[in-house]
Design a protein around this ligand. Structure first.
Ligand code: TYD
Length: 339
C-alpha cells in the first residue's frame, strides 16, 4: 500500500510514520510537510535512510504540489495530519488555521476525488463538539466549536462530510481526545510543564486549573488510525478516546511528583479566553472494531517524562524560540496587572 501522510514532521504524523514503517515494512510512505514551526525534520531522522520513505516539502493547500504527488506517487490512502493545532496561537492569529484546516483539507479532498484515491482519513479533534459538563460526546453530537482552532477544524470536517454526501469521496473523520508522548511540541501543557520543570522554571496553570481533558498516549492513537485505515467504514466519523480524564491541576501535580518538584512551582495565570471546561468522548464505535487503549495514563506519563528527561537536545532549541517566551510573558504580565 502507498500512504500519503501530510504533516508527517509534526508530533502525531511522525509518530504514525515510524509506527506504520515498523508495522508494515512493505508499505511505501510519502510525507508532505510544510515545515512550519511545529514540523521538525529531527522527528524523523531515523527514517531518512528507509528506501520506502520519501519527504516532500510543501503545503497541503498548494494545489500544484499536491497534484504532483498524486500523479507521481499515486497514493492508495491519504492520512491528513497537517494542521495548525495550538488553541492559544489561534486566538492570536486565526488566519493560518483557516488556510491549513479549511483550504488545505479542500485541496486534498479535490485531489482524492480527481484521482479516485481509495481512502482519505481526516485527523481531527474532540474540540469541534465544544465543552461538555456531564457525560460524553458521540459522533452524532452537533459541532459547537469555541476557539478559532476548533472552528477551523470543524470547517475541514464539514467539508469531508459534504464530499462524502455529494461525491462519495471515501472519507473517514476521526475526533480524538488530547494526545501526548515523545516529540510533543513543548507549547502544549504536558511537554511544556515537563520541560519547564527540567529547566527549574514555574509552570503556568490557566485559571483555577479545574479544566478537564481526556488523554491518549500517542502509540494508542497510532493503533486506532491503523484500525481505521484497514477496517474503518467509509463515510463514517469515529471518536478516539480512552475514557481517562484528569483536571489540569491534578495533571500538574502528577508531573511535579514524577520530577520530584514542589507544588509551589505551579503559577496560576490568567485564563485562556473561551476556555473549554471539559472534553469527553464516547468511543464505543471504534472499540466495536476491536481497538482499545493499551497504555495507562500513569505508564504513558512516566514514559513521556523519561523521554523528555533524556532528549534535552531535541527540545532545548524549540524552547529557546521567541514565541513561547513572549507568549508566557504576556500571560504572566496580564495576570500580575489584574492582581
Ligand atoms: P493544550 O495542551 O493547549 O491543549 P488543548 O487546549 O487543545 O486541550 O491545553 C490543555 C489544557 O491545559 C487546557 O485546559 C489549557 C491548559 N493549559 C494550561 O493550564 N497552561 C498552559 O501553559 C497550557 C499550554 C495549557
Amino acid at each position: 500500500m502507498k500512504l500519503l501522510i501530510t504533516g508527517g514532521c509534526g508530533f502525531m504524523g511522525s509518530n504514525f510514520i515510524r509506527y506504520a514503517a515498523a508495522a508494515y515494512p512493505t508499505y511505501e510512505i510519502c510525507n508532505l510537510d510544510a515545515l512550519t514551526y511545529a514540523g521538525n525534520p529531527e522527528n524523523l531522522r531515523d527514517m531518512e535512510h528507509n528506501a520506502r520513505y520519501m519527504f516532500v516539502h510543501g503545503r497541503i493547500e498548494d494545489e500544484e504540489a499536491v497534484e504532483k504527488i498524486f500523479k507521481e506517487f499515486k497514493p492508495d490512502a491519504v492520512i491528513n495530519y497537517a494542521a495548525e493545532t495550538h488553541v492559544d496561537r489561534s486566538i492570536m492569529d486565526p488566519a493560518a488555521f483557516l488556510r491549513t484546516e479549511v483550504l488545505g483539507t479542500y485541496t486534498l479532498l479535490e485531489a482524492v476525488r480527481r484521482h479516485g484515491t481509495a481512502r482519505y482519513i481526516q485527523i481531527s479533534t474532540d474540540e469541534v463538539y465544544g465543552s461538555i459538563e456531564h457525560g460524553t460526546f458521540s459522533e452524532d453530537a452537533p459541532f459547537l466549536p469555541n476557539s478559532p482552532y476548533s472552528a477551523a477544524k470543524a470547517g475541514g470536517d464539514h467539508l469531508c462530510r459534504a464530499y462524502w454526501q455529494t461525491y462519495h469521496t471515501p472519507v473517514i473523520v476521526t475526533h480524538s481526545c488530547n494526545y501526548y508522548g515523545p516529540y510533543h511540541y513543548p507549547e502544549k501543557i504536558i511537554p511544556l510543564f515537563i520541560t519547564n520543570l527540567l529547566e527549574e522554571k514555574n509552570i503556568p496553570l490557566y485559571g483555577d486549573g479545574t479544566h478537564v481533558r481526556e488523554w491518549i498516549y500517542t502509540e494508542d492513537h497510532c493503533r486506532a488510525i491503523d484500525v481505521l485505515l484497514h477496517e474503518g467504514a467509509i463515510g463514517e466519523a469515529y471518536n478516539i478516546g480512552t475514557g481517562y480524564e484528569i483536571a489540569n491541576i491534578d495533571l500538574a501535580k502528577n508531573i511535579l511528583a514524577l520530577l520530584g518538584k514542589n507544588e509551589k512551582m505551579i503559577e496560576p495565570v490568567l485564563d485562556r479566553p473561551g476556555h473549554d471546561w471539559r472534553y469527553a468522548l464516547n468511543s464505543s464505535k471504534l472499540r466495536s472494531l476491536g481497538w482499545k487503549p493499551r497504555v495507562s495514563f500513569d505508564e504513558g506519563l512516566s514514559r513521556t517524562v523519561e523521554w523528555f528527561r533524556t532528549h534535552e537536545q531535541w527540545w532545548k532549541p524549540l524552547k529557546s524560540g521567541t514565541y513561547l517566551e513572549y507568549y508566557h510573558k504576556q500571560y504572566t504580565a496580564r495576570t500580575s496587572a489584574e492582581r
